[in-house]
Design a protein around this ligand. Structure first.
Ligand code: HEC
Length: 122
């Protein structure tokens, strides 16, 4: 039957090692990990972001997601698995946590080298 051929092809594509790299998997997780993205709270690449501005007793307050570009793997694991304040807890595997960590590291390494190249060009 044709459908089995299609399924087999799909399975081969999905499970082959180079279908997506660990970096891309980490990026995907960062953008949509189990439905709640890190990005609105920590920025596109972990640089931090303003989550909300509000007033408390007439005073302007800002709820901010911290810069996590330099958080180490242990800190990231703890934050993700336990949650932190308004940050939800996630049910992610060790591999997924590692992919997330790798994504944040590599995305920022790429940005820093672009910045260096730009300043060298001037
Ligand atoms: C709803 C907003 C929100 C979301 C979504 C969120 N975070 Fe957070 N996160 C926070 C806030 C706020 C803190 C600081 C909490 C505190 O320390 O009081 C934090 C703390 C952290 C820390 C610890 C920083 C440090 O150095 O102590 C890490 C690492 C982190 N988040 C990673 C992530 C990752 C990865 C994701 C996605 C899987 C994520 N967060 C999703 C709001 C969020």
């Amino acid at each position: 039957m044709k459908i089995w051929g299609m399924l087999l092809l799909l399975a081969t594509v999905l499970w082959s090692d180079d279908f997506i790299s660990e970096f891309e998997y980490g990026q995907m997780l960062y953008q949509n990990p189990r439905g709640v993205s890190c990005a609105p709270c920590h920025g596109d690449h972990g640089e931090g972001a303003i989550i909300a501005r509000y007033k408390e007793h007439g005073k302007a307050k800002v709820l901010q997601g911290p810069d996590i570009r330099h958080s180490d793997l242990a800190t990231l694991r703890r934050a993700v698995l336990k949650g932190r304040g308004v940050m939800p807890r996630y049910f992610l595997t060790e591999k997924e946590i590692h992919a997330l960590y790798l994504y944040i590291q590599k995305a920022n390494a790429a940005e820093e080298s672009e910045e260096n190249n730009a300043s060298e060009a001037q």
